[in-house]
Ligand binder design. Sequence first.
Ligand SMILES: C[S@@+](CC[C@H](N)C(=O)[O-])C[C@H]1O[C@@H](n2cnc3c(N)ncnc32)[C@H](O)[C@@H]1O
Length: 226
Amino acid sequence: MSSDEKGHLYNLSNRSFRLRGTRITEAQAKATEQFWDQFGIIPDHQIIPAEIFPNSREIIMEIGTGMGEATAEIARAFPDTGFFAMEVHRPGIGSLLARINEFQLTNLRLINEDARIVLEEWMDDNCLDAIHLYFPDPWHKKKHWKRRIVQSDFVDLVYRKLKPGGHIHIATDWVPYAEWTQSKFDEDKRFIGGVIPKPDFRPLTRFEGKGLGKGHIVTDLKYKKG
Ligand SMILES: C[S@@+](CC[C@H](N)C(=O)[O-])C[C@H]1O[C@@H](n2cnc3c(N)ncnc32)[C@H](O)[C@@H]1O
């Protein structure tokens, strides 16, 4: 199902996610078996969002959906929007498929691959209205900063894939990562934006809940492609 089985399409030295075991619960495995064919996309061909969601008013990609609680809530609240849920870990894919079934959602497609590879290799430029990046792995230690997904080349990739006037919405509970993100986007003068108040539509995510429990401060950032 994922490229892991074909032998890691992504460059492991540059991975932006933590390696985890592939242990999957019975419920996640069952949901994957039942619903993957309907909602999953294997990135081995060009993915044309407007063909997949022909009647959607907007098309949004969420990168790193985790267990997918927030993803499913947002998709339920915006039935006229098409969502691509990108997650490298299979348990998260299984959890989100179970939620899709529970909420009877039709406006989501799941891709079990590094979002950067899918965007670069399998999606056209100017094809997304928005990108959501909620609580990316913070990579606290300096020697791991190169793993942070927000890098200058990622900012450029986001720019190319957004439609003119499109935006990226990022949330993090790690203040140094918020500052890092601001510096990377400020360097690219083609984006306009910065810190915003938490929008009402963004539900509390699992990772955010853990951060708040540790007393972390959450920052929302939004950058628009000019
Ligand atoms: C810290 S978790 C946050 C999950 C969720 N957004 C939340 O707030 O609960 C970050 C997630 O991003 C995923 N991830 C990291 N890099 C990714 C990439 N390049 N493509 C797709 N998913 C990625 C990780 O596997 C992980 O599940």
